[in-house]
Write a new protein. Structure first.
Length: 205
C-alpha cells in the first residue's frame, strides 16, 4: 500500500477589479504569477515569443492586450465587445490555465525586455544623472504603487531638456483618463519636487 499522501492544491481564487480604463479589467488571483516583475503584451507576436499565457489569451477574439504582474493579469478588450459578455469567459479561462500550473512567462523575458529598453536607457544620463535618479525614485515611490493598484504600470524612459518621458503599460495604455493623470498628477508632483522638470509625456512601448 502506498504511503504517499496526495498533495491537495488550494483552489484558484479569482476576482475582477475595475480600472480607470473602461477597456481594461484587472483579474486578481491568489497565486503569484510573475513575482516582482512586469510583462506587457500589446501584440500577439511578442506574446508568442515570450508568454504561453498571453499567447493563449490572444487566441480569444475579444482580447487586445495582456499585462501580467505579481498576482494579477490585466486584460484589455477589443472595443466592439462588452465586458458583460466576456468577463466570465476570461475568468474561467484564467482559472483553468492557472490551476494546471502552465507556464506564464518564459525564462529570460526580463533580460530581453532590458535589451529592448536599452535604446531608451541610453538617454537616462541625458541632462543630469542626479536629476534622473531623483525623478526615477519619485516615480517608483509615489506613482508606481497607485498605478499598479489600477492594473497598470509606469516606467521611466528618459529625461531630456526638461521633458520626462514615461512608458504607460497595462490598463494605463490607451486609457482616456491617463493623459489627465499624467498632466495633473504626475507632472504636477515632479515639477514641485524637481523644478528642472518642465513637462511629462508618455511614449509608446
Amino acid at each position: 500500500m502506498s504511503t504517499d499522501t496526495p498533495v491537495t492544491k488550494s483552489p484558484v481564487l479569482l476576482y475582477t477589479e475595475q480600472t480607470p480604463n473602461p477597456e481594461s479589467l484587472k483579474y486578481v488571483t491568489n497565486r503569484m504569477l510573475y513575482p516582482q516583475k512586469t510583462a506587457d503584451f500589446r501584440e500577439e507576436e511578442l506574446a508568442k515569443e515570450w508568454s504561453p499565457l498571453a499567447t493563449a489569451l490572444f487566441e480569444l477574439p475579444y482580447v487586445n492586450g495582456v499585462y501580467i504582474s505579481n498576482n494579477f493579469v490585466t486584460i484589455t478588450k477589443e472595443f466592439n465587445y462588452d465586458w458583460a459578455d466576456i468577463m466570465l469567459k476570461i475568468k474561467e479561462f484564467l482559472k483553468a490555465y492557472i490551476d494546471e500550473d502552465k507556464e506564464i512567462v518564459k525564462e529570460g523575458f526580463e533580460e530581453a525586455k532590458q535589451e529592448m529598453n536599452k535604446a531608451a536607457a541610453e538617454q537616462y544620463e541625458g541632462d543630469n544623472p542626479e536629476l534622473v535618479a531623483k525623478i526615477k525614485e519619485l516615480i517608483d515611490t509615489y506613482v508606481k504603487p497607485a498605478v499598479e493598484m489600477d492594473g497598470g504600470n509606469i516606467e521611466f524612459q528618459s529625461f531630456n531638456n526638461g521633458v520626462v518621458s514615461v512608458l504607460l503599460q497595462g490598463s494605463c495604455s490607451g486609457c482616456p483618463s491617463a493623459t489627465h493623470t499624467l498632466k495633473s498628477g504626475i507632472e504636477g508632483m515632479l515639477k514641485r519636487m524637481v523644478p528642472e522638470v518642465k513637462e511629462v509625456v508618455s511614449v509608446m512601448g
